[in-house]
Design a binder for this molecule. Structure first.
Ligand code: BES
Ligand code: MN
Ligand code: ZN
Length: 497
């Protein structure tokens, strides 16, 4: 889907560069950066003339497309603001501007000169990775159920010129990692965008099988309802009870590290449609509950990315795939079920189903003797109220893991915010009729949902990401591919040690 290739090249000779479009950054101030200066010479002063006319000042986000010169068919200038203030935010604006300007042309290839971008607080590898990820992620289009999709941008190849502060080998690696991450993000978007009549638990299982087909380090195992019943997964199965689509537990095993190395485990909520069950949701915007498998989508996307990067660690991806429907066989409020852990759960609201799916998947994760377990779920509307669309809600039973995830979020610009998991909140889950209830009452809904999960994650280091606000946009509607970038960064950081 993201058919674009990136090629690193150290300080390409501008006068010899054969390209449909050569792109150079320009900062505010009188002096042109080295690459733009060379282009100005090649174009007989066309750049400095345009700047003199006042058409282009180098302000961040400014774009100027000029006729070609030498062997380049077009020249594109990108304003990057004050050179001394060029930071990660400015770098992202640069990437977005490059994308928007190139996508508005018919250019199939381009050469982007980045050597003059000396970034504060980080290095060229970060810049190149972030650039390749940003461009590749922008190329995603949903087309699957559209008869005549709109024209997609033509760009298929980018040569990325870099300076002597990074080797071409390291530069190429950064570009590849960025691209692989975006491919994972775009797969996550596709899965989440697909309607629930196509993207069923069975469809997700097939997706997991397909991922393993292309990679010798990855194997996929599917557990059906019979197998889950044998394991005692009464909580997960109570969610699919009302649906004609049988539940699946999808287990992907990536062996990139030594066999003796403990794996990292990702657990995704894969509710392919959430009607609320007998505690039926209101009709408005219910279509958006097709995205309720966004956590699962991010697990698939991350597994795809790490396979592509070839990370030297072991990672298990577990997806609990179910559809939450009302019917004569559906679970009713007040029903008590027994989870795989042996704990009984009073289901006070069948719309708090995500935690019921996850708790059994979390117990299942114990068998892998994990280094750490991270679950990812569009778990609560309360998290959307608390953090909106920008930060994922992060909970953890170890501060070190929380810190690592926060840092990975900053590095990949897929940020999370650390929320409290204090014991004080736990008593909101008390009930007279079971070991725990699935409803925490009106206050702190995202926190009490995390508290519920924490009871099933006592045997290992664990974190929970509530992505209800970050996994999709409501206007215009569409999945974001988050938090694939955060998770891929986190795992890349672990492999690097
Ligand atoms: N899938 C929803 C959470 C959700 C709501 C995600 C809105 C994105 C946007 C989840 O299964 C749910 O329904 N949660 C309930 C829990 C409540 C019944 C305790 C909620 O948030 O209202
Ligand atoms: Mn629900
Ligand atoms: Zn849900």
């Amino acid at each position: 889907m993201t058919n674009i290739t990136f090629k690193a090249q150290q300080n390409p000779d501008v006068s010899k560069t054969v390209t449909a479009c050569v792109v150079a950054p320009v900062f505010t101030g009188k002096k042109l950066p080295a690459a733009a200066q060379q282009l100005d010479q090649l174009a007989s002063g066309a750049l400095s003339a345009a700047i003199k006319l006042g058409d282009f000042s180098g302000k961040s986000g400014q774009k100027l497309l000029l006729p070609g010169a030498g062997k380049a068919k077009r020249i594109l200038l990108i304003g990057c603001g004050d050179a001394k203030k060029f930071d990660r935010d400015a770098a992202r604006t640069f990437t977005q501007s490059v994308y928007a300007a190139i996508a508005s042309t018919q250019a199939k290839d381009a050469t982007v000169l980045t050597a003059d971008l000396n970034i504060k607080d980080t290095d060229a590898a970060w810049l190149l990775e972030s650039f390749a990820r940003g461009i590749s992620a922008s190329l995603y289009r949903y087309t699957e159920t559209i008869s005549k999709p709109k024209d997609a941008p033509k760009i298929a190849k980018l040569v990325v010129g870099h300076g002597a502060d990074i080797t071409s080998r390291a530069a190429q690696k950064a570009l590849n990692t960025g691209h692989a991450t975006a491919v994972g993000m775009n797969s996550a978007k596709e899965l989440a965008n697909l309607p629930a009549n196509i993207c069923t638990p069975r469809y997700l299982a097939d997706w997991g099988r397909k991922l393993a087909k292309g990679n010798s380090k990855l194997t996929t195992q599917i557990l059906d309802e019979k197998k889950m019943a044998e394991l005692g997964m009464g909580a997960l199965l109570s969610v699919s009870a009302g649906s004609d689509e049988p539940a699946r537990l999808i287990v992907m095993n990536y062996k990139g590290g030594k066999p003796s190395q403990k794996p990292y485990v990702l657990v995704g909520k894969g509710v392919t449609f959430d009607t609320g069950g007998i505690s039926l949701k209101p009709g408005a915007k219910m279509d958006e509950m097709k995205y309720d498998m966004g956590g699962a989508a991010s697990v698939f996307g991350t597994m795809e990315a790490i396979c592509d990067i070839g990370l030297a660690i072991n990672v298990i991806g577990i997806v609990g795939a179910v559809e939450n429907m009302p019917s004569g066989r559906a679970t009713k409020p007040g029903d008590v079920v027994t989870s795989m852990s042996g704990k009984t759960i009073e289901i006070l609201n069948t719309d708090a189903e995500g935690r019921l799916v996850l708790c059994d998947a979390l117990t299942y994760a114990e068998r892998f003797k994990p280094q750490a377990v991270i679950d990812i779920a569009t778990l609560t509307g309360a998290c959307v109220v608390a953090l909106g669309a920008h930060a994922t809600g992060l909970y953890a039973n170890k501060d070190e893991l929380a810190q690592q995830l926060l840092e990975a979020g900053v590095t990949s610009h897929d940020r999370a915010w650390h929320m409290p998991l204090w014991d004080d909140y736990q008593k909101q889950l008390n009930t007279n009729f079971a070991d725990v209830s699935n409803l925490g009452g009106p206050g702190g809904g995202s926190i009490t949902a995390a508290c519920f999960l924490s009871r099933f994650a006592k045997k290992y280091t664990w974190a929970h990401l509530d992505i209800a606000g970050t996994a999709w946009n409501s206007a215009p509607k569409g999945a974001t591919g988050r938090p694939v970038a955060l998770l891929t960064q986190y795992l890349t950081d672990r492999a690097g040690k």
